[in-house]
Design a protein around this ligand. Sequence first.
Ligand SMILES: *[C@@H]1O[C@H](CO)[C@@H](O)[C@H](O)[C@H]1NC(C)=O
Ligand SMILES: *[C@@H]1O[C@H](CO)[C@@H](O)[C@H](O)[C@H]1NC(C)=O
Ligand SMILES: *[C@@H]1O[C@H](CO)[C@@H](O)[C@H](O)[C@H]1NC(C)=O
Ligand SMILES: *[C@@H]1O[C@H](CO)[C@@H](O)[C@H](O)[C@H]1NC(C)=O
Ligand SMILES: *[C@@H]1O[C@H](CO)[C@@H](O)[C@H](O)[C@H]1NC(C)=O
Ligand SMILES: *[C@@H]1O[C@H](CO)[C@@H](O)[C@H](O)[C@H]1NC(C)=O
Ligand SMILES: *[C@@H]1O[C@H](CO)[C@@H](O)[C@H](O)[C@H]1NC(C)=O
Ligand SMILES: *[C@@H]1O[C@H](CO)[C@@H](O)[C@H](O)[C@H]1NC(C)=O
Length: 884
Amino acid sequence: MIETQSKTTKVTSFKMMTRKMQQLMYLSLLCILASTQLSHTLAAQLDQSPAKLEQNPCMNKATCHECIQTQNCGWCMKADYGDRPRCFLNTPKPEICPEEFIYNPDTSESIRINKALTWDSSGAAAMSGGGQYISGGSYESSASRQSSSSGSYSASGSSSSYGSSSSSSSGFSANLGSQSAFAAAAAGEIVQIKPQRVSLKLRINEVHNLDVSYSQAVDYPVDLYYLMDLSKSMEDDKEKLSALGDKLSETMKGITSNFRLGFGSFVDKVLMPYVSTIPKKLEHPCDNCKAPYGYRNHMPLSNNTESFSTEVKQAAVSGNLDAPEGGFDAIMQAIACRQQVGWREQARRLLVFSTDAGFHYAGDGKLGGVITPNDGECHLNGEGMYTHSIIQDYPSISQINQKVKQNAINIIFAVTQNQYSVYQKLSGHIEGSSSAILSNDSSNVVDLVREEYSKISSTVEMKDNATGDVKITYYSSCLSNGPLTKTNKCSGLKVGDKVTFTANITVTKCPTDPKLWKQVIQIYPVGINESMIIDLEMLCSCPCEHPGSIGYEKHSTSCSKSGTLMCGICECDDLHFGNTCECSMSDVHLNNGNNNMCRQGNNTNAADCNGRGSCVCGACECKKRSNPEEIISGKYCECENFSCERNKNLLCSGPDHGICECNRCVCKPGWTGSSCDCQTSKDTCMPPNGGEICSGHGTCECGVCKCKSTDDGRYSGKYCDKCPTCSGRCHELKDCVQCQMYHTGELKNGDDCAKNCTTFTPVGVEKVKIDEDKDEQLCVFFDEDDCKFTFKYSEVGELVVHAQEEKECPPKVFMLGIVLGVIAAIVLVGLAILLLWKLLTTIHDRREFARFEKERMNAKWDTGENPIYKQATSTFKNPIYAGK
Ligand SMILES: *[C@@H]1O[C@H](CO)[C@@H](O)[C@H](O)[C@H]1NC(C)=O
Ligand SMILES: *[C@@H]1O[C@H](CO)[C@@H](O)[C@H](O)[C@H]1NC(C)=O
Ligand SMILES: *[C@@H]1O[C@H](CO)[C@@H](O)[C@H](O)[C@H]1NC(C)=O
Ligand SMILES: *[C@@H]1O[C@H](CO)[C@@H](O)[C@H](O)[C@H]1NC(C)=O
Ligand SMILES: *[C@@H]1O[C@H](CO)[C@@H](O)[C@H](O)[C@H]1NC(C)=O
Ligand SMILES: *[C@@H]1O[C@H](CO)[C@@H](O)[C@H](O)[C@H]1NC(C)=O
Ligand SMILES: *[C@@H]1O[C@H](CO)[C@@H](O)[C@H](O)[C@H]1NC(C)=O
Ligand SMILES: *[C@@H]1O[C@H](CO)[C@@H](O)[C@H](O)[C@H]1NC(C)=O
């Protein structure tokens, strides 16, 4: 009992052990897998790193400005730096290039003017109209992120002339900041965009992010100029507008207390074909109409909104001929005449353009003979009439767009239903404009203006005037707290809401014109005369390339006093050259005007000294090889005595055959060939039995026969003595073999055979077999009785012919038998066909007869009485006959 128990425990413990073993094995397997994977990734990383080194974009940059125009590259301007590339990707060790010699400017940003937003939803709002700003006039450099790696050099650079320009510009902006601050204090300036001025130094292709905040100020002034088409068809609209004038101004004053209203009207150019020029019509183009005119500013923008209604009422309707009107002239004047119309500098500017017709645009003036293009200037007389209406053409859409952008004006096209689609498209081409449907008597004008205004004021769209190589993209999360999305437009803003845009600014490449390396760029919200000014400086050149900076030294000792040291490189004067200007032109005698003495011919692509030496003052100094036996030589290091053709791994087949001179084998006497592997003597081409070289069927090249092929066939063999496909002497021997062996052929008659065949007597064999070694030729012919006979001959020494004793004849054919057989077969087949036919017809007949019989048997003739049959006798009864 006890024993069995212990047994079971033993068994279980064994089982457990095996299980543990299994687990262990799994674990170790996992470990191995993991480690192999790790080593793989490690290996991959190791593999990658040299590839990365190769892709180093800095390495091949030879000058400081090229270097810093490349992303992430820095320049070392240490004078004695050796042959290492000066443009580096990763900062080199201080012992190689101390920090003060490194020029690696970082993108830097410093905010020059940063007045607080007038209305900031973050709570710390400066009250509107107060004109408060955070600090005094010279608010500056609140955030200046200078690079750390630019180190002490850039610090000292600011005292140089290069740096002084930036310091003077900062002084200027500080000055500007104080000026605007004073202006703000006087006028109660409203700030809706922040910061206002930023200095940026940008590396090429490095993205810089700049935050711009916008918040709409409460009670922001609004200027609304109502520009109306006063052709006859708009008469009812005019009446309605005059009636609604008070309501309009009341509504707008509900939005902002600081509201101004103005009114202007237009008809068209007073010229045929726009307007009838019949004198009577010129005075009264229609009933109750006044004379036509181009544009008239009836009422400049003013806070006296009551006079709006009266002005509108007083304005007289006029008439014209063609459907489109001269609205563009009017828009241009209304915008260009800032003084006369009275646009305020700080206000939301709305221009409501109301019409029921299309518009003339640039080029249409030619119809009336007006060819002078529109100059975009203001031409109003004292009465507010447009004076150049018939002198200048209509403006183009892009002219209007440009003016609108310059003046931050929002045009609202309030047009009738039928014109809506046209003006909707037009508004797509004019920044900050929108279009809306006006009912045909203008009764909805108040709602329209209010809606469009709230649409305009609830969206903000950021634009900039960056051009060319400066790219700006905007990111914003608008009012949500979500992630940034790529957009320059936020909508649904309420007064006081603050949105922040992140502008990614990149300079894609340095403009070729150095004047463009400093630019002023403006980022502005569409329709608002406020902007953020960026003083952008592209980091396109190194200060050490300009006189007066550290690293720039004329007649430097490092350049043998014959050149200018610039950023560590020598720029030699006209008489010297070389890395340190150590070579003088007078030392080197120039031949054929080729000023690069270290390159062969005109090949400008080739490396100096063919890459096998260095150019020292116009002469090549060829590299030395580690093996002193191997020598590079030549004027351009073009020669080597170790790279000639090899034969059996011996240079020029070994010193016995030839030596290597300037990349070519020069052979010893008795040897030839590109690797001196050929003997010049032709002994080896002589057949051992004598005869011509290569048996006359080839040439002796390099001690070996090269056989030719002739029409007969191809010769082969060591001495071109074999020709399996050549017809050889078979034909010649045929007749004699035939007559001697079989007594047939052309020579069988008389003693021809004995006479003509004296050279040989064929030996009869049972079967002719070719022995390749003995150089035997096989000949096969057919006799006149179609029998095949075979013989062979060999010419080693004397002609020996072996012929087959018996001819191989085809078996005889019994011709008559075949003919008779064919005839018999034809007859038999015919008979068989006849018999078959007879059989078939007989069977057919039998069947027919059988059927007939059957039918006959089956036929039952009607045994009834024939209906037509009448008996020949007729019986009559005599009525008076009574007797029997
Ligand atoms: C209109 O503006 C003038 C100053 O330009 C001011 O004196 C006047 O009080 C203003 N009128 C109204 C009604 O706001
Ligand atoms: C915009 O405002 C500035 C001052 O803030 C002023 O100098 C400039 O003339 C204004 N521009 C327009 C088009 O009103
Ligand atoms: C306004 O236009 C509608 C159709 O578009 C027309 O039926 C109506 O008579 C017009 N009203 C006036 C006052 O012209
Ligand atoms: C632009 O800036 C945003 C915010 O910093 C950033 O997420 C985004 O990657 C940048 N875009 C580019 C193209 O660098
Ligand atoms: C952008 O606008 C500003 C201000 O109007 C101007 O000074 C600057 O020259 C403009 N920049 C470009 C590139 O047009
Ligand atoms: C070099 O160029 C000139 C003209 O371009 C030509 O006449 C001359 O033959 C060229 N020399 C060589 C070695 O190619
Ligand atoms: C190369 O030339 C040098 C000097 O002429 C000579 O000593 C050397 O043996 C040559 N090397 C070979 C491989 O021919
Ligand atoms: C045989 O030889 C003679 C002269 O040797 C010659 O004339 C004759 O044509 C030859 N016969 C044939 C069939 O070749």
